[in-house]
Design a protein around this ligand. Structure first.
Ligand code: PEP
Ligand code: MG
Length: 569
């Protein structure tokens, strides 16, 4: 396997077409006199400029204005009087038009290539592209016409230049592999605009790949297989199909609001573990963050993250989602989530042990650091909501609120900005919280149902133990009644109820959640659009019918069968 930087997502399968660089040898050209050379230069510049403009127009039509600007930008560089003046000066000094183009372009390429800024360095590639175009025109060399590349070609080149994009169609080019290039390069932008998977910066690609060889490539991970074996090919075919189905979904549902079939809006948020996930969530159409699992900030390190470190991460997400809600869960340590430097006691039953809110309330100084960071993170956009994990009773909520008050007093005394009105809600993920939801609803600003834990605790089935995995299901009537009860309790108290467990994205469960009036679905970023689509297929009336039928049944298997048969696809 060869590895590079995946810059345009998608899976490419096809046959390699290795693009050899053409010799642009002008050493045999003789000087034809100043006037004649200037005329040759002007004619070549006009021809290249006309071609670039035509390419830009075609590109604008095919993939949009932004990609076209890159080509139009080259045309503008060409028209730059400074660059033209320099070329004419060389000719006046006795250089051929070819020599003038080559020398002036090379000096600009060197200048831009040495700059720190990636965008400036990108200019060097663009000028190199321009140089090649001008020289080819002057020397009468035909452009390689990629429009005639056989269908399913995977282009392999030293660099993927903007002008190579002419003629490239998704139908004939299955992928692009280059030895050079980076993520912000124009080639990457163009590849993404054309929706062609691309892996740039693959060392030795030209030597390792020959025209006609079979290629399987992943434009996200940056993997390239030459002559892949049967298993790899099958795997890549399956992933390609899945990726394309997802992309289709993305196109259709990206811009749509999340509404039921009759137009009732519901909130569709994403679960994240880091600021990086938050970007992915936004790109996948999330309308907010329904669960930020902060424990990942505490893992894979040697000591607690400081208040400033935590603040930076929370604030980044709050800023990214300005104007939208961001629900951040306080440290959910213990159970299956170990943080070695906390030196927590080994326990007989870690899932029933000293974890999450229990641990935090016993370590108030540690917890205060996180609470202060959370309050501060909401200062600018007032969109951070604080959520407590593994709550079993109102005492925990009160104790956490008391600590929050202390944090606010400290921040006020220190003159640090914070959101004094930050809401505090609880995760409903223990049977105790579900059964006492009406009591908790009196003091919590919102609920979010954590079905991953609620299912394990309600059914007494370890969520990670394969021996009992078949017993682990949210479709057990006990879990369903529990979920229904929590939503009813939230509604009665007029507080919003969300769900952030995996079940929120389950197409068989969604109608029940819609029927009972769940306000917010929070799912993994990759499930956002599929969930939006499923929600759009159900009217509240149809959902109520499905829920009514399912809840009449006694056995989990019958419930699953009933919901499968009613499922909308
Ligand atoms: C849950 O328990 O449903 C949940 C969302 O939290 P986690 O999976 O992080 O325990
Ligand atoms: Mg949980």
């Amino acid at each position: 396997m060869l590895k590079g930087t995946g810059v345009s997502a998608g899976v490419g399968l096809g046959k390699a077409l290795v693009l050899k660089e053409q010799e642009l040898d002008w050493s045999g050209v003789r000087f034809a006199g100043e006037t004649a050379e200037k005329q040759r230069l002007a004619a070549a510049a006009a021809a290249v400029s006309a071609k670039l403009d035509a390419m830009a127009a075609a590109m604008a039509e095919q993939v949009g204005a932004h990609a076209a600007e890159i080509l139009a930008g080259q045309s503008m560089m060409l028209a730059d009087p400074f660059m033209q003046g320099q070329m004419e000066e060389k000719i006046a000094g006795g250089a051929t038009a070819e020599a003038a183009v080559d020398e002036v372009c090379q000096s600009f390429m060197q200048m831009f290539g040495a700059m720190e800024d990636e965008l400036m360095r990108q200019r060097a590639t663009d000028i190199g592209d321009l140089r090649a175009r001008l020289l080819k025109t002057l020397l009468g060399i035909e452009e390689a016409d990629l429009a005639n590349a056989p269908a399913g070609s995977v282009l392999v080149a030293r660099d993927f230049t903007p002008s190579m994009t002419v003629g490239i169609r998704r139908e004939n080019v299955a992928g692009i592999i280059t030895e050079g290039g980076g993520t912000t390069s124009h080639s990457a932008i163009l590849a993404r605009a054309l929706e062609i998977p691309a892996v740039l910066g693959v060392p030795g690609a030209l030597a390792a790949i020959a025209t006609g060889q079979a290629i399987a490539m992943d434009g996200e991970r940056g993997h390239v297989y030459v002559e892949p074996d049967e298993r790899t090919r099958k795997d890549y075919e399956a992933r390609k199909a899945e990726f394309e189905a997802q992309r289709q979904l993305l196109k259709e549902y990206m811009e749509k609001p999340t509404v039921t079939a009759e137009g009732r809006p519901v909130a569709l948020y994403a679960n994240i573990g880091s600021p990086k996930d938050a970007e992915a969530a936004l790109e996948k159409g999330a309308e907010g963050v329904g669960l930020f699992r902060t424990e990942f900030l505490f893992m894979d390190r040697a000591e607690l993250p400081t208040e400033e470190e935590q603040l930076a991460a929370y604030r980044q997400v709050a800023t990214l989602f300005a104007g939208k809600e961001v629900v951040i869960r306080t440290l959910d340590v213990g159970g299956d989530k170990a943080i070695p430097y906390l030196h927590m006691e080994r326990e007989e039953n870690p899932f029933l042990g000293h974890r999450a809110i229990r641990y935090c309330l016993d370590e108030p100084e540690t917890y205060l650091v996180q609470l202060r960071a959370l309050l501060r993170a909401g200062a600018d956009h007032k969109n951070v909501k604080i959520m407590l994990p593994l709550v079993t009773g109102v005492e925990e909520l009160r104790a956490a609120k008391a600590l929050l008050e202390r944090a606010k007093q400290q921040l006020a005394a220190e003159g640090l900005p914070y959101d004094a009105a930050a809401q505090v809600g609880v995760m409903i993920e223990t049977p105790a919280a579900a059964l006492a939801a009406d009591i908790l609803a009196g003091e919590a600003a919102f609920f979010s149902i954590g079905t991953n834990d609620l299912t394990q605790y309600t059914l007494a089935v370890d969520r990670g133990n394969p021996a009992v995995a078949k017993l682990y299901t949210p479709f057990h009537p006990a879990v369903l009644r529990s979920i229904r009860g929590v939503i009813e309790a939230g509604r009665a108290a007029h507080i919003p109820v969300g769900m952030c467990g995996e079940a929120a994205a389950d197409p068989a469960l969604i109608p029940l959640l819609l029927a009972w009036g769940l306000d917010e679905f929070s799912v993994s970023p990759s499930a956002v659009l599929a969930t939006r689509r499923i929600i759009s297929l159900w009217s509240t009336a149809d959902a109520a019918f499905a829920a009514g039928e399912a809840m009449k049944l006694s056995a989990t298997e019958s419930i699953v069968g009933c919901l499968e048969s009613l499922k909308k696809r």
